[in-house]
Design a protein around this ligand. Structure first.
Ligand code: DC
Length: 210
């Protein structure tokens, strides 16, 4: 258990399990900040694309991250994501990011830098709800409370299709399901910080929840 001047809640799970919605709502209700670590990996994907760095080149990427800087503007809710001075909050949600992000997230050099940054954010935001794939297992193993969200793949597909169509992107259900399954495979088989249920986590199946 953590000291009383610190209260970190971790929410981990695969894409489409409802992590972001739950994390933001919980942070609002608790009056804490909310850290979206997926946004940081997505920012690295943007960095790779903009600077024409091969997403498998972990060392080059980690140097570029340290040079350019990936930060949040905590004055906004949810916090805006900055690459250097550039607000990339919308850019990181575009479709071309999804293919690149799983590859950059596999590189140990990238994970090392981002995990360090996440722990620093934890120090400067002692009341924090944080979500991702490795927050309870690797980044904040001493968190006060850990959750692991799961949901059936067809339900996760429906949610993602709805989200994409609402933002004006026409997609086929099968394509989205394939994308989810291939990301699951990549996220759970990588050697560094794989998607896994953290020790002591409360498991919640959100399949039949709104
Ligand atoms: O949650 P999301 O879809 O925004 O995550 C984007 C990608 O980043 C996804 O492929 C998994 C990866 N990720 C990760 O490896 N570790 C985290 N803590 C958060 C996200």
């Amino acid at each position: 258990m953590e000291h009383s001047h610190r209260f970190v809640v971790t929410i981990d799970g695969a894409a489409g399990t409802g992590k972001s919605s739950v994390a933001q709502e919980l942070a609002n209700r608790l009056g804490t900040d909310c850290l979206d670590t997926g946004a940081m990996y997505r920012a690295v994907a943007v960095l790779a694309i903009e600077n024409e760095i091969n997403p498998t080149e972990g060392f080059k990427l980690s140097s570029a991250i340290q040079k350019v800087g990936i930060t949040f503007d905590w004055d906004n809710t949810p916090p805006t994501v900055l690459l250097g001075d550039e607000d990339i909050s919308n850019r990181i949600r575009e479709l071309d990011i999804s293919g690149v992000v799983s590859i950059v997230a596999k590189q140990p050099e990238v994970r090392e830098v981002l995990v360090k940054q996440q722990r620093k954010i934890g120090e400067s935001h002692p009341f924090l709800v944080t979500e991702g794939r490795d927050q309870g297992s690797v980044v904040f193993p001493d968190a006060a409370i850990k959750f692991f969200l799961v949901a059936a793949v067809d339900e996760r597909t429906k949610r993602r299709v709805k989200q994409l169509r609402a933002s004006g992107t026409d997609v086929k259900d099968e394509e989205v399901q394939q994308d989810i399954e291939s990301r699951d495979q990549l996220d759970s088989t990588r050697t560094d910080g794989p998607l896994t249920c953290p020790e002591g986590a409360i498991i919640i199946d959100t399949s039949s929840m709104t």
